[in-house]
Ligand binder design. Sequence first.
Ligand code: IPD
Ligand code: CA
Ligand code: CA
Length: 262
Amino acid sequence: MNRLEIAIAAAREAGAVLRRKLEQTRIVNTKGPRDLVTDADLAAQTAILARLSAADPEAAILSEEGGAAPDLDGPVPTWVIDPLDGTGNYARRLPVFGVCIALLIGGQPELGVVLDPLRQELYYAERGHGAFLQIGRRRPQPLTVSAVAEMGQAVLGAGWPREDHLRGQAAALLPRLGYACHSLRLLGSAALTLAYIAAGRVDGCLHLNLQPWDVAAGAALLREAGGQLSDLNGRPWQIHQRALIASNGRLHAELVRCLAAD
Ligand code: IPD
Ligand code: CA
Ligand code: CA
């Protein structure tokens, strides 16, 4: 198995865990203010770590619910994992969540996998080889971002931060996008939102506090599907950046302008 196949196998195993546990009684704990972790996050993570550490023992691992904090900018290949993106949705049985696995080398995503286990939608990309969506066991289809070039026609995604001070910032910025765009979606899963931009379903998004595991897989998808990822000023995205905008590329400059407007 190559590394992409390993990542896909691990994501599918975690997805099966999440599907199986969804209807069971949840154990929900709080990690921080408005920040949940459930038994399902931990079980999905266990499945991924077992697969990755057996199949790729040389690589380092950063997983959201794990302890290690490897150097993401260094030369050692590092798996970056979010076993359940959209925990808040999952805990309420809102069916919008995903599994994210990326491999970083030198801070750059070499490959990324996002799986929506309920729709059986597997998004994956490998540097230089394009991005694809496989639905069920059907033939994978290449992903391309949308052609929407005007804000008035754009469907945008956004996150609603947990932290009070970032809620203030979001409350100031979101109306700028909300008035200018066609419509706004707060899906509750940053990873699926990025995958949807890669797939042309959504045209752009704004998130103010993401972690490497939220973004790394989606960044690989976006790069290969022709999208763009940056900070709020349009400077190229880097792995440690918390606030970001993503888009189909065509809308990017307008998104930056819209957010900067007085
Ligand atoms: C969260 C989701 C959410 C985003 C948060 C993330 P989690 O991830 O992606 O959409 O707004 O910032 O932390 O906690 O469900 O893995
Ligand atoms: Ca996440
Ligand atoms: Ca998570």
